[in-house]
Write a protein that binds this ligand. Structure first.
Ligand code: HEC
Length: 305
């Protein structure tokens, strides 16, 4: 009897300690698993599940345009994950001369280039293989630090004028970081280790799912429920894997841009003024999105229409 009690309290003790160690990301893990399941189910057989998931698509689309059995990691390709024709086009582009190759090189030079005081981005970020760890919740400052704010904090701390956050130097240095992180084979690894981090995650998630703007839609209307549907001539990409491949070179921009630039475009299209790129709102939104892609490989920079 005594042994039994001792045994069960050991088990209980273990259960409690493992619960408290993981409790802060418990909801986020549930959300992440549910999201993977949602997208895998949605794209398991679009033709057979047309009524449930693609009520606005034509039969031709669900039969000929979409792939079947699209699995978790493939969603990092955005809409190219399930759209056969645009993936084929993308693969041709990726086999050619990549329009962002020079910019990765520029990014490496900028990363090492001394500021007026002799320091550089490399002094603040000695190892560029960090793309998978950001945005990160800083447990000392109790706030989310995005890759963009990490870089600009370094620029500012060294007495330089802060960089623009949408393209230019910022996008180039991020392209270099993305490439190094990709080469190292890293998977997104976002941590939620405190009550405050959990609250930041929840605020980011709330933003993602809140309907707003004059058309009254949320990010999720388009990038969860709407994934696979068309807006103008573009198939909407999934939330899953949406942060794995930035910065991207967009043909529409004829240039390289950050994730914040892309998101701001979507928010402007919703008829809203986007939050500033280094604002708490934007960083927490990024934190939520990146957590959803935990475990997926960094594969950037990339190419998009
Ligand atoms: C009315 C629909 C709509 C809404 C609402 C919307 N987007 Fe988009 N978004 C698009 C379309 C269309 C594209 C281009 C096609 C695609 O998804 O890659 C896009 C592209 C993106 C991409 C690039 C994906 C990639 O693989 O390159 C990201 C990231 C993104 N949106 C994030 C957001 C966020 C965050 C919100 C909410 C703040 C949002 N979007 C709201 C329609 C929308």
């Amino acid at each position: 009897m005594l042994l039994k009690i001792a045994k069960s309290s050991v088990i209980l003790g273990l259960a409690i300690s493992s619960l408290s160690a993981s409790a802060f990301n418990e909801q986020a893990e549930k959300d992440r698993i549910a999201l993977i399941k949602y997208f895998e189910t949605k794209f398991e057989n679009p033709e057979a599940n047309k009524d449930k998931f693609f009520p606005y698509s034509t039969d031709v689309e669900t039969k000929n345009v979409f792939d079947k059995d699209v699995k978790h990691h493939k969603f990092a390709l955005g809409s190219y994950a399930f759209n056969k024709a645009s993936r084929a086009q993308y693969e041709v582009f990726k086999d050619g001369i990549l329009p962002y190759e020079d910019q990765i090189e520029d990014g490496e030079k900028l990363y090492k280039k001394p500021f007026a005081n002799g320091k550089s981005i490399a002094s603040c970020i000695p190892d560029p293989v960090i793309g998978h760890l950001y945005p990160k919740f800083d447990e000392t400052k109790k706030e989310v630090i995005s890759l963009t704010s990490l870089i600009n904090d370094c620029v500012r701390a060294n007495g330089e004028k802060e960089w623009k956050t949408k393209d230019g130097e910022m996008a180039k240095v991020q392209a270099f970081i993305a490439q190094k992180t990709t080469e190292a084979g890293k998977e997104i690894d976002i941590k939620i280790d405190s009550k405050e981090a959990q609250a930041a995650y929840e605020r980011g998630k709330k933003y993602y799912y809140s309907q707003r703007g004059y058309i009254n839609v949320s990010c999720a209307s388009c990038h969860v429920q709407g994934t696979g549907q068309r807006v103008r001539n573009e198939y909407m990409s999934p939330l899953l894997g949406s942060t794995t491949h930035f910065p991207v070179y967009r043909l529409v921009w004829a240039g390289l841009g950050t994730l914040e630039k892309r998101m701001s475009g979507c928010i402007t299209d919703q008829g809203q003024k986007p939050p500033k790129d280094e604002s708490k709102e934007m960083k927490e939104l990024l934190y939520f999105m990146a957590y959803m892609s935990n475990g997926m490989k960094i594969d950037g920079p990339d190419l998009r229409k």
